[in-house]
Design a protein around this ligand. Sequence first.
Ligand code: SF4
Length: 293
Amino acid sequence: MRLNSATEIIQYCTVHKVPLHALSLELEVASTDKSADEIINYLKQVLHVMNDAIRDSIYDSPESIKGKIIENDGVKIKNRYETHQTVCGGTMAKAIAYALGTMTVNASMGKIVASPTAGSCGVLPAVLMTMKERFDLSEETLIEGLLVANIIGRLVAQNATIAGAEGGCQAEVGTASAMAAAAVVYMLDGDINAVFDASAICFKNLMGLICDPIAGLVESPCAKRNAIGTSNALICAEMTLAGVKSIVAFDEVVSAMYRVGKALPPAFRETSTGGLAVTKTAVQISTKLFKEV
Ligand code: SF4
């Protein structure tokens, strides 16, 4: 079965009355040497790792987790929303905290789930765990969300790129954001068109975002871009669950994102030779870090 576009997938699921998460599982079984049960068990482990990174960084041992450049900013957000009225509302604040916390675990060389990459590992866990707590979602529902996120990531990897080095941050955090938005819409019973529209809008909102990590480390601006990717996913899910549609369809948006990525000069594709990476502050940070090694 070759389904290489959202258009084909929507048509297949509609005609054959196959739920999107079931198709994702079928495609994974067909493209790996694993059974459906093995894949589900793997996804249960994925959820555990995501949950552990958030628990450690936000609740259990926030002081011990930090990167070479970034602090554990997630716990600052958590401390504030526990004691103040938030600007964005509790759900958004919590999701931002979880994204920043997970990115700090990554920066401290802790265990995370590359979803789809290490540089964008904060978005999907933050969104899934925040939705789990807000709506008391079951493990089964979260696994369905992961499977739907997987089908988005699979399509982008097949037809464009998920790598910052190839397509800029729009491809990396953009894909994570699109995967997370799709999962939310699906888990909250949005229809298949709304799932792909949420993902498409996510990409549109981040289109053109360059990759310019300070000192070549996946820390800054990466962690805060994961917070933006997380917020973007929740906003896009909110919009499409309410019936807002993407004017440009998912497949066209992904093609546009890929064209933009290929047009980016190398300085903006993870070489740390452009953007924020060459600011005076970034150069000072890099010089200090390289003196220490
Ligand atoms: S700036 Fe580059 S390294 Fe950092 S998250 Fe974005 S794509 Fe990844």
